[in-house]
Design a protein around this ligand. Structure first.
Ligand code: CP
Length: 376
């Protein structure tokens, strides 16, 4: 049995197979209409959502299964202080698979570690959002027929944009994908993605704050929302919120076969006038997301026939620190009895990242007293 926490939990071949299943579902929906008969998905959404929650639910209904839904933290016992860990242990008695969204980075890791059924990360704070990536990949593939050789521009909030982090990780496994990172200085891509993914994979990338100059070079224009809910300083949000707006006029300088993506919701970073442009693919992306989630549910339920859980830390060099990672949004800050676990960035490296939220461990005390766990 295994869960999906990060997009790299799936191999490239597995994603290719899932895209083939999704395409088959589109062509022959009746063949899939009772594949999940008698099965239930629990959708636990402790942060707002329209697309992800409802597409998981639509996906399960279209597979002939049923849905248990918690649409808000305030409607669950998490609001009374129940831990993520206890919550998913309980839900494992009711559902065959769980899709969970949380504001806490690393919550999906903790849930997957505690649940007795597969857990799907439906977004954990500003960390990652792998099922959005499945929607993004399937859309790119359907529009362009390949990933190899594409120039992909990410524009907007690259710091908190979890969909950006996950898609870059997925694209790092294809050939000659070039990345253009377009953001204000305050919202640059976190180091754990830049160093840990882009540089590590040897991808060619550029960083700029100049959207209009970059636009003509891009095959994929991936717009993102400046995420009000992640800002501690409201004044900073107000200053940055309109940093980039894609308009019909700007689209005149984009490639004729460019593809505009956005994970949605949009606020005003894409003018509604762009919607009529055939290069605007963000509503197709929504639909593609449902088919990829159907393929994912089928895959994880099939694999859950083997009840032995995949070890989430297998093969990694792990140290146990005495203090947490210092990221205020990390799940280890609220689930206080969690072991403070850090993983080496590379074999033998002295650079460690929090196992849960992947932020680099800067706190010197973490390493003043630590133990190295035997590698499994
Ligand atoms: N793309 C996405 O995650 O949308 P929701 O927040 O509406 O689920």
């Amino acid at each position: 049995m295994r869960s999906l926490i990060d997009i790299t939990d799936l191999t490239r071949d597995e994603i290719d197979e899932m895209m083939a299943v999704a395409a088959d579902i589109i062509n022959r929906p009746e063949e899939y209409s009772d594949k999940c008969k008698g099965k239930k998905i629990a959708t636990l959404f402790f942060e707002p959502s329209t697309r992800t929650r409802l597409s998981f639910e639509a996906a399960m209904y279209e597979l002939g299964g049923n849905v248990l839904s918690v649409a808000s933290e305030s409607l669950s016992s998490v609001a009374k202080g129940e831990s993520v860990s206890d919550t998913v242990r309980v839900i494992s008695s009711y559902a065959d698979i769980i899709a969970m969204r949380s504001a806490k980075e690393g919550a999906a890791f903790v849930a997957a570690d505690s649940a007795r059924v597969p857990v799907i990360n439906a977004g954990d704070g500003g960390h990652c959002h792998p099922t959005q990536t499945l929607a993004d990949l399937f859309t790119i593939y359907r529009e362009k027929g390949t990933f190899d050789g594409l120039t992909v521009g990410f524009c907007g909030d690259l710091k908190y944009g979890r969909t950006v982090h996950s898609l870059i990780a997925a694209l790092s496994r294809y050939k000659n994908v070039k990345i253009t990172l377009i953001s204000p200085a305050e919202l640059k891509l976190p180091d754990y993605v830049k160093t840990g993914v882009i540089k590590k994979a040897g991808m060619v990338y550029t960083e700029t704050d100049d959207f209009e100059k970059s636009l003509p070079e891009l095959d994929i224009i991936y717009m993102t929302r400046i995420q009000r809910e992640r800002f501690e300083d409201r004044a900073e949000y107000e200053r940055l919120k309109d940093s980039y707006i894609l308009t019909a006029e700007k689209m005149r300088s984009a490639k004729k076969d460019a593809c505009v993506l956005h994970p949605l919701p949009r606020v005003n970073e894409i003018s509604v006038k762009v919607d009529a442009d055939p290069r605007a693919c963000y509503f197709k992306q929504v639909e593609n997301g449902k088919y990829m989630r159907m393929a994912l549910i089928l895959k994880l339920l099939e694999e859950s026939k083997d009840p032995v859980k995949e070890d989430l830390l297998k093969g990694q060099e792990i140290v146990v620190g005495k203090t947490g990672c210092g990221n205020p949004r990390c799940i280890s800050q609220t689930e206080r009895e969690l072991e403070k676990l850090f993983k080496a960035v590379d074999e033998g490296s002295k650079v460690y990242r929090c196992v849960y939220c992947e932020k680099r461990a800067e706190t010197p005390q973490v390493f003043r007293h630590y133990e190295i766990k035997p590698k499994k």
